[in-house]
Design a protein around this ligand. Structure first.
Ligand SMILES: Cc1cc2nc3c(=O)[nH]c(=O)nc-3n(C[C@H](O)[C@H](O)[C@H](O)COP(=O)(O)OP(=O)(O)OC[C@H]3O[C@@H](n4cnc5c(N)ncnc54)[C@H](O)[C@@H]3O)c2cc1C
Length: 271
């Protein structure tokens, strides 16, 4: 069992190409790694280094773990070169994860941008796996263009579920796309949701989270009903190294999903 310091060895069982820049790695750890939706792990590429990622798979499935990764730099470029059968290490899980008990009997507004839909997919698996836990799920998802949409093969199934609606959008018009066009914030203009019975949970690039949060406040969401994934530089994962602190919080320990009410008075908390 991982003690937080020593990685659990894992084999890459399968690699799913999601988009030209995003791949999902299906990992088989040497021992089950239980996690809650929204908790993150440090994924180690032996001999190179490690980087934090939030599993995109179901928290009810512990024999395998799926991690969906955008190619962006040293570690992620190398990960994208790997093949099935190669070995990685997993430290964790770390952090608190999504505020699942609070979602009981509520509507959940899930807002994702780009690869930010990956951690949220784990939340969706949780909500769909416990159908009585929340009342309704509304998903708003933005990507740069149709090719960069993550988990396309699952969108239809999500839309077809009772009590679930899914609206994707792309930033600019594209040939063959007849859906919504505009940043994901434009999908928040006409929400038919009771603000006093809805929790909004968002994950995406920092700039998106800032504008989504402001928009949610604008359209009447109280700060204590807005959660956002603050995926800042994290290293130790245990609140020791201090690389991810925001005011009195260590995002690796107290987050990465933070309630806006807790951070709204901290200067530059949203970057
Ligand atoms: C809690 C947490 C969960 C995350 N979950 C996921 C996930 O599920 N899927 C995913 O693709 N990514 C996720 N990220 C982001 C991921 O950790 C970074 O993309 C990764 O660390 C980059 O490492 P690198 O060595 O490839 O890039 P580097 O060579 O270190 O940097 C390359 C570029 O990536 C940027 N970058 C570095 N770290 C981050 C970061 N934390 N967030 C955004 N940009 C960064 C740098 O500014 C630089 O422009 C998560 C981050 C955190 C903190």
């Amino acid at each position: 069992m991982s003690n937080g310091f020593v990685p659990v060895p894992a084999v890459i069982d399968e690699i799913i190409v999601e988009t030209p820049t995003i791949k999902t790695f299906v990992l088989k750890p040497a021992e089950p790694i239980p996690f809650r939706a929204g908790q993150f792990v440090q994924l180690e590429v032996p001999g190179l280094g490690e980087a934090p990622f939030t599993p995109s798979s179901s928290p009810f499935e512990t024999d395998t773990m799926e991690i969906t990764i955008l190619k962006t730099g040293l570690v992620t470029n190398r990960l994208h070169e790997l093949e099935a059968g190669e070995r990685l290490g997993i430290r964790g899980p770390f952090g608190k994860g999504y505020p699942i008990p609070k979602l009981d009997g509520q509507t959940v507004l899930v807002i994702g941008g780009g690869v930010g839909l990956a951690p949220l997919r784990s939340l969706l698996y949780h909500l769909f796996g416990e159908p009585d836990c929340c009342d309704r799920v509304t998903i708003k998802y933005g990507a740069r263009n149709p090719a960069e949409m993550c988990f396309k093969r699952q969108h239809e199934g999500w839309s077809a579920r009772q009590g679930v609606d899914f609206t994707p959008t792309i930033d600019r018009p594209a040939e063959g796309w007849d859906g919504h066009v505009g940043l994901v914030t434009t999908l928040l203009d006409d929400l038919d949701l009771d603000r006093s019975k809805t929790y909004a949970v968002s994950c995406g690039p920092e700039v998106m989270l800032r504008f989504v949060t402001w928009k949610l406040l604008d359209v009447g969401f109280p700060p204590d009903r807005i959660y956002l994934s603050m995926n800042r530089n994290m290293s130790c994962g245990m609140g020791i190294c201090g690389r991810c602190n925001v005011g009195p919080y260590y995002l690796c320990k107290d987050g990465p999903d933070m309630c806006y009410a807790d951070i709204q008075d901290i200067p530059y908390a949203l970057g």
